[in-house]
Design a protein around this ligand. Structure first.
Ligand code: FRU
Length: 511
């Protein structure tokens, strides 16, 4: 074949375009490298978390046409390992009944819906339909629940022709169904956020729903509307099983704005009963940037895997300084139940699959830190594991600092006097987009003998898991130059480092 000059030029250009796409894909400033973020446009809550036939599905609140919130679609991605993600086409579009707000997906194993036609089990999505026409008319009955099903492993979806399946009797906020199967009573259960409390509905077939319980009018925090609930069961190491209600709250979280509280109690199939006095408020995360998180339905080994939207709805979600996309998810975290002197509590750690992103290892030996000790590791993406002896450390404050040549920094520290762990991002880079951003976020640690930290650092976020994950803090940051410097520090005395391991991490998006 003879190639003309023109055809050679075309081939060359196509190759160039391919190469430049590879070079620039997910390479924008602040673009997370090992967290899920949408290719373009706006993202908020994780939705429809379901595991089916080897795939973890992540659907999400998505507005593809803008980087601020708008008509809600369900974006879609899948993963085989909860670490690397493949983008799939948008799964659900707004329709005449409204925008598609948050919700969940279940595997209808016993075909209770009658949707099954072939061998694939129906995946059934249950979501809130938010009617903007009613909202504009000032009507309170604007939110109802609808369903849709997929018979091809979540690739295509059919909306149920008799939607909505649960109508609204006049509650302005009536949303975010997180459905699960209750084996003991053999029915579906739908926790739903209604104003500032939870309502529980049950159903034999995901189509006919009956209200069976109400919880929370006087329990926990009430600084804002309750959103995105989840009810899960977990067994502690002593064999005790508890039910945990994860309850997101739009405003008034422990460190400002939106956040996630939880309750520990019992559930027999109809309503949730709190183990603790109503005034006990428990927080799933003490950072400012973990919202609307819920767990995967049907995860292998009955594990409860949680993922949250890494932003703060109330304070600045629509303003963070990213370019063609807005927002990322946290890393998936495995939840567990631990027994403490105050009762059973949630703990969380990143799923271990994330470890396959480790590239190498810098070991830091046992030593006394008496001021700033620079660590040679320059990679921006990293996992930091450090443990300190709290009984022999004399410093008032110690921890680690991520910084750059512009003197911008994020500090993860422990304050001995107040027994608090904190993330300080008061001088972390860009913050002029919101006066609520440049803050220090605190978490209580009580009387532990050691401080063991696991921190995952991406281009614009840090997730910290303290003492086996009984405390978690998740914060965003937007430095003007990457943080390539890491040091361990102590102030007002010595910090006794027991050991340290730093792993550079690789990007999941490099083509
Ligand atoms: C939480 C939330 C949900 C709602 C969705 C709308 O962030 O407000 O309550 O379903 O976002 O996008």
């Amino acid at each position: 074949m003879r190639l003309t000059f023109l055809s050679l030029a075309i081939i060359f250009c196509l190759a160039c375009e391919q190469k430049s796409k590879t070079d620039t894909f997910y390479q924008e400033q602040h673009r997370p490298q090992f967290h899920f973020s949408p290719e373009k446009g706006w993202m908020n809550d994780p939705n429809g978390l379901v595991y089916y036939e080897g795939e973890y599905h992540l659907f999400y609140q998505h507005y593809p046409d803008s980087t601020v919130w708008g008509p809600m679609h369900w974006g879609h991605a899948i993963s085989k390992d909860l670490t690397t993600w493949e983008h799939l086409p948008i799964a659900l579009y707004p329709d005449s009944l409204g925008y598609i707000f948050s919700g969940s997906i279940v595997v209808d194993e016993n075909n209770t819906t009658g949707f099954q036609t072939g061998k694939e089990k129906p995946l059934v999505a249950i979501f809130t339909l938010h009617d903007m026409v009613k909202e504009k008319a000032g009507r309170n009955d604007r939110e109802s629940q609808g369903i849709a099903y997929s018979l091809d492993k979540g690739r295509t979806w059919t909306k149920y022709e008799k939607n909505p399946v649960l109508a609204n009797k006049g509650d302005a906020d009536f949303r975010d169904p997180k459905v699960f199967w209750h084996e003991a009573t053999k029915h579906w259960v739908m926790p739903l956020a209604v104003g500032q409390h939870l309502e529980i509905f049950t159903s034999p077939n995901l189509k006919d729903w009956e209200k069976t319980g109400e919880f929370g009018n006087k329990d926990g925090a009430h600084g804002g509307v309750w959103e995105c609930p989840d009810i899960i069961s977990l067994k502690a190491e002593d064999g005790v099983e508890k039910w945990v209600l994860i309850q997101n709250i739009g405003r008034g979280a422990i460190n400002g704005g939106s956040g996630t509280q939880y309750f520990v109690g019992t559930f027999h199939g109809k309503t949730f009963i709190n183990d603790n006095p109503p005034e006990t408020t428990l927080w799933l995360d003490y950072g400012a940037d973990n919202y609307a998180g819920v767990t995967w339905f049907n995860a292998p080994n009955n594990e409860k895997i949680f993922i949250g939207w890494m932003s703060n709805w109330d304070d600045y979600a629509t303003k963070v300084p990213t370019s063609s996309w807005r927002s990322a998810m946290t890393v998936p975290r495995k939840l567990s139940l631990i027994k403490t002197s105050e009762g059973y509590r949630l703990a969380q750690m990143p799923v271990t699959q994330i470890e396959k992103l480790r590239l190498g290892k810098t070991e830091i030996s046992k030593q006394t830190i008496s001021n700033d000790t620079k660590i040679g590791e320059k990679s921006v993406l990293k996992e930091i594991n450090l443990s300190f002896d709290l009984t022999t450390s004399t410093a008032n404050e110690f921890g680690f600092i991520l910084s750059n040549s512009l003197n911008e920094k994020v500090v993860l520290g422990y304050d001995k006097t107040t027994k608090q762990v904190f993330i300080d991002r008061t001088n972390a880079g860009k913050s002029d987009f919101s006066k609520l951003f440049a803050k220090k976020h605190l978490a209580p640690l009580n009387d532990d003998k050691e401080l063991t930290i696991k921190a995952l650092v991406d281009n614009s976020s840090i997730e910290v898991f303290v003492n086996g994950g009984k405390i978690a803090l998740t914060d965003l940051f937007f430095p003007n130059e990457d943080y390539t410097q890491l040091s361990i520090y102590s102030k007002g005395g010595n910090a006794e480092l027991i050991k340290g391991e730093i792993y550079p991490l690789k990007s999941i998006w490099k083509k």
